[in-house]
Design a protein around this ligand. Structure first.
Ligand code: ACO
Length: 157
């Protein structure tokens, strides 16, 4: 991590602030897909020099389970460790609130994300077959491969 702790903070987005769709759309293909979860989720933003450069979105599933529905870092700040910081922050918040499991889903061709999530303690737990074919209007490609199935990863807290 190249930032000093004094230079950044992670906080919940306030109700009167605009939903940062620009960042959300880095992690999810369409506004329609985001609108399916955003109104009953909590948005946490990473702020540096009073500018929001990254975020993650938490959705409670039940008393024991909570899910990261979206995680995104502005392009020019990727690869500097902010994604790892966000995943740790989400784990800490979920643990403090008494949840037992933290979930995150990603595409079968999302190599970087699959690596990062496993590095941060998540384990593959199930595959939702054809998720990206059935739920999006057009094919999505990553690393030269069409996304088909969603890989769900789980972290025990
Ligand atoms: N293959 C494997 N590993 C890679 C690759 C690659 N092609 N590219 C980078 N990495 C590694 C990096 O080396 C680094 O690992 P290291 O710390 O061991 O060196 C790691 O991946 C990235 O770690 P961070 O720097 O902490 O992550 P970053 O700040 O870039 O955030 C994120 C990761 C959120 C995935 C970011 O890249 C992003 O916003 N991407 C676009 C949106 C996106 O895909 N979001 C996730 C969708 S799934 C969901 O939202 C639930």
């Amino acid at each position: 991590m190249t930032f000093n702790k004094e230079e950044w903070a992670i906080r919940q987005l306030r109700k009167n602030e605009e939903t940062p769709f620009g960042l959300l759309l880095l992690a999810d293909e369409t506004v329609e897909a985001i609108n399916k979860y955003i109104s009953d989720s909590e948005i946490y933003v990473f702020e540096k020099d009073e500018k929001i450069i990254a975020l993650y979105v938490l959705k409670v599933l039940d008393n024991e389970r909570i899910e990261i529905k979206n995680i995104a870092v502005e392009d020019s700040f990727q690869g500097k460790g902010i994604g790892s910081l966000l995943l740790r922050d989400a784990s800490e918040r979920a643990t403090k609130r008494g949840f037992k499991f933290l979930f995150i889903g990603t595409g079968d061709a999302s190599i970087k994300q699959l690596y990062l999530y496993q590095k941060e303690g998540f384990e593959m737990s199930k595959i939702i077959k054809n998720f990206f074919i059935d739920n999006y209007p057009a094919p999505i490609y990553e690393n030269g491969l069409q996304l088909k199935h969603m890989i769900v990863l789980q972290k025990s807290l």
